[in-house]
Write a protein that binds this ligand. Structure first.
Ligand code: F0G
Length: 429
């Protein structure tokens, strides 16, 4: 046995080539690696050697991809099977003005918006679509708040597999809708919210033998494990104290917890960073459940400017609780105003992100103000999506849509004369 599907609730296991997302008992599934037999093969030198691999114009996933570099602990298969752009290898940014605003001395941003389709979803999708190809799936599908659908559309197109995407009508940003249409996915605009679309796509996939590529799918999460792996490798295998990230359907929360658990078991890290999952206040079922110490499993009708995380009933809920246990993690929430101001700060220093991503920066700032994160601790916040994913919310913020916008930079209207232009520029200099 190298890998198998294993229930997170009961001891049952299934072969990896069986199409299923839940155990017979209803529990969610993990892709489970035999860590004992992997331990002798896995070490820093193996992964560092690939980082230094010769650059090549061809996709060479083991060296060019920040996902397949860790292939042994993600999905072992022949390189010729991989559906890769390649993805990952995203930068870790540091900016003094941002660090000061957040209140952290060692504050890094891992920019997942700099993946091929502009979000972290590509890391999961390269693995999910590779698995679909390995199993000969006749079609793939997902429900999405936008980024998953953009990524699935692209990777399915690469692999030549038909893709059906279910999106909540009028609730995804224009950049993401444009990508799905452009990459040729069949786009089904559901009259309902994300949670309705998520329920529907599961039924359709089960009834019609279509492979489901939401983060319910454990192979997706295997790819997303590469985010914390790349973070610790990028910091020369010195784990940060905290990894802070926006949380919606809880795929990342689950994947990050599993990655860090496995990395510690394999001896890649000797300390596990604490996870801080940040929800938007209007879409915070996980935070509300956390406040009851998970005695109650809350669901909500979600509403937030951060449409990417506008989710009221996250599917990976139990896996995410386990991730918090593995990492001594926590959950908090931030308001839409805090999200948009944090986003404007990230944008203003020249880095830029979409609204949901900025929840991680707003959350870091809040946790420092509350004394939970100490200013001298090392913090990596994840920016999950690119600035251009949601131009409408950005333009709105800067043009009066947010009366309390702290960092609005409105355009200046003026006559087309040299005198008028020079007067305006003169005042600004
Ligand atoms: N940030 C962005 C930009 C996202 O698109 C998502 C999720 C998240 C954060 C939350 O991650 O679901 O793993 O907790 N977007 C999904 C989608 C739901 O359909 O694109 P999560």
């Amino acid at each position: 046995m190298t890998i198998e599907l294993r229930c997170i609730k009961c001891p049952k296991t299934y072969p990896v080539n069986e199409v299923r997302y839940n155990c017979d008992c209803g529990g969610l599934l993990d892709v489970w690696h035999d860590l004992e037999s992997l331990r002798p093969q896995i070490n820093h030198a193996l992964f560092d050697g690939r980082l230094r691999g010769a650059p090549t114009p061809r996709v060479n996933p083991n060296t060019n991809s920040g996902v397949w570099r860790y292939q042994e602990i993600i999905l072992p298969t022949a390189v010729s099977n991989l559906v890769s752009r390649p993805e990952g290898n995203t930068p870790l940014y540091e900016h003094p003005r941002l660090s000061t605003w957040v209140g952290a001395n060692n504050f890094f941003l891992k920019h997942e918006g700099e993946n091929p389709t502009g979000s972290f979803k590509d890391r999961g999708m390269t693995v999910g679509v590779t698995q679909a190809k390995l199993m000969g799936s006749r079609a793939v599908a997902c429900a999405s708040t936008g980024n998953t659908s953009a990524s699935l559309a692209a990777y399915a197109a690469l692999a030549g597999i038909p893709a059906f995407i279910f999106i909540p009508s009028g609730k995804i940003s224009s950049g993401k809708l444009a990508q799905a249409l452009a990459y040729g996915a069949q786009t089904l605009q559901i009259e309902g919210d994300f949670d309705d679309a998520m329920n529907l796509v599961q039924e359709v996939c089960n009834n019609m033998g279509i492979y489901l590529l939401n983060s319910l799918n454990p192979f997706r999460l295997e790819g997303q494990k590469s985010i914390p792996l790349e973070i610790v490798q990028g910091l020369q295998w010195q784990p940060p104290d905290w990894i802070v990230f926006p949380a919606g359907n809880l795929g990342n929360t689950s994947a990050f917890g599993k990655a860090l658990y496995e990395a510690q078991q394999l001896g890649l890290i000797d300390k596990v960073p604490r996870l801080a999952a940040i929800q938007a206040a209007g879409a915070s079922p996980f935070y509300q459940s956390y406040q009851t110490n998970f005695a109650e499993h809350k669901t909500v009708k979600a509403e937030t400017i951060a449409t990417a995380i506008q989710i009221g009933n996250p599917v990976s809920y139990p896996r995410a609780i386990r991730a918090l246990q593995w990492t001594n993690g926590l959950v908090t929430s931030v308001t839409d105003q805090e999200i948009m101001d944090a986003k404007a700060m990230v944008d203003q220093v020249g880095i830029g992100c979409e609204p949901a991503s900025a929840a991680s920066v707003a959350g870091t700032r809040q946790l420092i103000a509350r004394g939970i994160i100490k200013p001298e601790e090392t913090v990596v916040s994840i920016l999950t999506g690119h600035l251009l994913k949601d131009p409408t919310s950005t333009v709105d913020y800067h043009t009066g849509g947010w009366p309390n916008a702290q960092f609005a930079n409105p355009p200046i209207k003026l006559e087309a004369t040299l005198e008028a232009v020079q007067r305006v520029i003169g005042k600004k200099l």
